[in-house]
Design a protein around this ligand. Structure first.
Ligand SMILES: Cc1ncc(COP(=O)(O)O)c(C=O)c1O
Length: 436
């Protein structure tokens, strides 16, 4: 029988995070203070982040140790499996070998606990017992709420209103983990009230929810803020994914020609890709592809320039691909990919042409998700379905070229709480347009 699962045991959980910064061709452009447009003094971030995370944000060290309590919490679900998608390969009739890293096995259902747990730990270590955050699809909010229960932290979540309505069970999950959740924009903050005054039926956006969360954290000196993507330290925490995948690909006796992740703020893509890009910097010819939605085409259509990370202007200016900080994307089902900006590190790599970006519409990604569910059995998060679509495109190209390419993608989460989105897709396709 052909091998399907490549599993590591707990002793093989990475001991360090991999920091890509020292391996970049040039130093990353610094974040700027929005008031002066001068490089930001990292100390200023102390109002919203603990020092342990600020140090990681600016670290030039290649390997950053993972504290034991974090590794212990990770061991509930890490190392995650690497799966060879034999059945998908057969359905595509492709000579390509397709592998996926299944981050959907975490208790919250996505890769987000990799950083939530680390962030909770570094806050508690500095005596912080309250965290405020935003969430798009609800994955990050539920992950931070989970981490809150592990480390005795009160968690307050602002959830983008459209997702709050589309995904009521994510809200229940956050509450089950003992956290509090509000739809955003809300009347609770000045930033929320300003948006509602202008656009009473605003569906919300990550940019707005970030403003509300930062504002609340700034007004409560016992609380800090936590971000689920974009920043260097978040990407750093996610590199456990790629480090494990490197070992697992070795067990499979293969090395990927291409690694793929969906892209919202950049964290799951970076988490898988960065450890492989270290090999690329050393001469390996591996490609890395970030897959985003056409309705929020930050990497493929955005501009590479300094912009704010949120709508109201509480965050530093970061050099990144951006659609503009007041861009409110259409209410697509992949709520986790509705961010106007992109991680500065991912942006820099794209600008330097070390990675590639592609964009797909909902019409592309739901059929890909269906095929995946019907072959591999897992119902993917709509966000992850962008990576699946990109992997299928690569596998079909391999078939046309008659090449046994090795494709690795990140299944960033399962879609068991996204059945509303699947219902909508099924209703439209079953509704008589001949597709089903
Ligand atoms: C399952 C899933 N995948 C991907 C993302 C996108 O985030 P990132 O680009 O930071 O990985 C999200 C965000 O909420 C998500 O929930």
């Amino acid at each position: 029988m052909k091998q399907t699962k490549y599993l590591l045991d707990e002793s093989q959980l990475p001991k360090n995070y991999y920091n890509i910064i020292p391996d970049l061709p040039s130093p990353p452009p610094p974040p700027l203070d929005p008031a002066t447009r001068e490089p930001l003094d990292p100390g200023k971030l102390a109002a919203i982040f603990p020092m342990g995370l600020i140090e990681q944000e600016v670290s030039g060290q290649s390997e950053i140790p993972i504290p034991e309590p974090v590794r212990e919490a990770y061991s509930l679900f890490r190392p995650t499996p690497l799966i060879r998608a034999h059945r998908l390969e057969r359905a595509l009739n492709t000579p390509a070998h397709i592998y996926y890293k299944n981050e959907g096995v975490s208790p919250a259902g996505s890769h987000k606990p990799n950083t939530a747990i680390a962030q909770a730990y570094f806050n508690v270590r500095e005596g912080i017992h309250k965290l405020v955050t935003e969430t798009g699809a609800g994955q990050w909010g539920s992950a931070l709420s989970l981490a809150g229960t592990f480390f005795d932290i009160e968690v307050l979540v602002y959830m983008v209103k459209i997702s709050y309505q589309q995904k009521p069970y994510r809200k229940s999950m956050v509450q089950t983990y003992g956290a509090t959740i509000h739809p955003s924009p809300s009347e609770r903050t000045e930033s929320g009230r300003a948006i509602l005054a202008k656009t009473p039926d605003s569906p919300g956006s990550l940019g707005i929810a970030i403003s509300e969360a930062v504002e609340e954290a700034l007004h409560d000196n016992k609380a800090k803020y936590a971000l689920g993507s974009v920043l260097n330290h978040v990407l750093l925490h996610q590199t456990v994914i790629g480090q494990e995948a490197l070992r697992q690909m070795k067990m499979a006796g293969e090395y990927p020609d291409v690694v793929i992740g969906c892209h919202g703020g950049g964290s799951n893509f970076a988490g898988l890709a960065f450890p492989f890009l270290r090999d690329k910097a050393a001469g390996k010819p591996v490609r890395a592809v970030a897959a985003e939605p056409v309705s929020c085409p930050t990497l493929t259509k955005g501009e590479y320039r300094y912009d704010l990370g949120d709508t109201a202007g509480f965050t530093p200016l970061m050099k990144m691909y951006t659609l503009g900080h007041d861009f409110v994307p259409p209410a697509i089902h992949a709520g986790g990919l509705r961010y106007h900006g992109a991680a500065p590190l991912v942006s820099q790599l794209l600008h330097e042409k070390l990675i590639e970006a592609v964009a797909y519409g909902q019409d592309d990604i739901f059929p890909a998700a269906m095929l995946f569910a019907r072959t591999e059995g897992i119902i993917p998060a709509p966000e992850s379905a962008h990576a699946i679509k990109a992997a299928i495109v690569e596998a079909e190209r391999a078939r046309e070229e008659g090449q046994a390419k090795v494709i690795l993608f990140n299944l960033s989460g399962h879609g068991n709480f996204d059945m509303g989105a699947y219902d909508a897709f099924l209703a439209s396709t079953l509704g008589g347009n001949g597709k089903e």
